[in-house]
Design a protein around this ligand. Structure first.
Ligand code: MEV
Length: 420
């Protein structure tokens, strides 16, 4: 029998339908996708049967280093885009986000097992040759403004670890860095036959790819209908302090930041897992929270620091048609500009979450979209959703799936009654 991976996408879908795993209409949902054609999707992953669309929205009001941006965000969670836009507007009215970027390279580890007497002496003698091997492994990198920037070596217990710092140009760098690391690893193995080669791989710890976003927000931009801007600002500062001392709160605080960050990372075809690994690798017991908020004489000052390994070309970024369109909406940013934008969206998401938490609570802002998804889950048709949401909203304590289903049944009975 032909193996699943040997079939075309159409044949895989046919087989799944024949096996009763997919219905004909589910099969059509997988097949009829024009945004990411099978010709591309089937080259990106193995055993491809379809694509998995998420809602894509645009956050507005982002003023970053004096430039205005509309920011594409791909995310399934209600309220994230509205909240980021709302906070961005408060920041824009106070002067906008300012950012700083350092983008010096991605690290690779080449690791051997054994003891290397005088590792620094070995490295000094081999520096030139290693640079040449790296260059030959990826000659075009120099033309793209990148290249090998640094080599270090250290003996740690039984491991001899060489670290390369490679500037990947505008790419995120996974392919380039792994290619160079393996070539250098192979060369080193020949020079060091007494050591046992273990691995060569990029590191997702990316302290050389870092961005800082800063937002100043005036008191009047923070007030609510019943709390002054000063009171809200003071509460946000307390919330920020809590995230620094409480691990339980830090995880949630950081999650709110990653809501914004990962939605833009995904929309631009960047690697969300790489970003998650790098961001969390930058945290430790002394540094639990990604952001800090402090009072200033006129309002609040928020700072977000992220290790953010991103690219603006290469891999899925260049292959996914929607990522290309989203980058166009972002005015074709360089990788460094994309870091600035994404950090600003993270800080806006954080501000929105903290302001909501210390004032009306998080559920009030989520209510409308949550009720809509409840109505959808209960089987409401598009034409019925608004009415069901309105009815659910009248008794928010009873807004559950059973109630939504009951309201739909009642609505349909009433409209049948009306027709008769
Ligand atoms: C929900 O996705 C994110 C929040 O929990 C973040 C936070 O608590 O700061 C609202």
């Amino acid at each position: 029998m032909t193996k699943f991976y040997e079939l075309s996408t159409e044949q895989r879908l046919q087989q799944l339908e024949e096996q009763g795993i997919l219905t004909a209409s589910e099969k059509a949902l997988f097949r009829d996708n024009t945004a990411l054609p099978t010709t591309i999707a089937s080259r990106l992953v193995e055993n491809q049967i379809g694509t998995f669309p998420l809602p894509l929205g645009l956050a507005n009001h982002f003023l970053i280093d004096g430039h205005q941006y509309l920011v594409p965000m791909a995310i399934e969670e209600p309220s994230v885009i509205a909240a980021a836009s709302n906070a961005a507007q408060r920041v824009a009215r106070s002067g906008g986000f300012t950012t700083q970027v350092q983008r010096q390279g991605i690290r690779a580890q080449i690791v051997f097992v054994g003891q290397l007497g005088q590792p620094q002496k070995f490295l000094k003698a081999q520096q030139r040759a290693l640079k040449q091997v790296a260059l030959q492994a990826h000659p075009s990198l120099i033309a793209h403004g990148g290249g090998l920037r640094q080599i270090t070596v250290q003996q740690q217990e039984e491991f001899v670890e060489f670290q390369l710092l490679i500037d990947p140009g505008e790419a995120m760098g996974a392919n380039v860095v792994n290619t160079i690391a393996e070539a250098v690893g192979h060369y080193l193995q020949i020079q060091l036959p007494q050591l046992e080669y273990l691995m060569a791989i990029l590191s997702n710890h990316a302290p050389e790819q870092k961005v800082q976003a800063v937002a100043e927000v005036q008191f009047e931009q923070l007030q609510t209908s019943n709390l002054s801007g000063e009171v809200v600002a003071r509460k946000i500062v307390q919330a920020s302090k809590l995230a620094h001392i409480s691990l339980a709160r830090a995880a949630t605080h950081n999650k709110g930041i990653m809501n914004g960050v990962q939605a833009v990372v995904l929309a631009t075809g960047n690697d969300t897992r790489n970003v998650a690994a790098s961001v969390y690798a930058g945290l430790n017991d002394q540094h639990r929270s990604l952001s800090s908020w402090h009072l200033t004489p006129k309002g609040l000052r928020g700072v977000l620091n992220l290790n953010l390994p991103l690219g603006s070309v290469g891999g899925a970024i260049s292959t996914l048609p929607l990522a290309q369109i989203n980058l166009k909406i972002l005015q074709h940013p360089s990788a460094a500009q994309l870091m600035r934008i994404i950090a600003s969206v993270g800080l806006a998401s954080n501000l929105a979450a903290l302001r909501a938490l210390v004032t009306q609570g998080i559920q009030a802002g989520h209510m409308n979209l949550q009720l809509q998804s409840l109505a959808l889950m209960a089987g409401a048709r598009t034409s019925e959703i608004d009415l069901i949401v309105k009815q659910l909203r009248q008794q928010p304590q009873q807004a559950n799936l059973a109630q939504a289903k009951a309201l739909i049944t009642k609505l349909r009975q009433q409209s049948q009654g009306g027709i008769e």
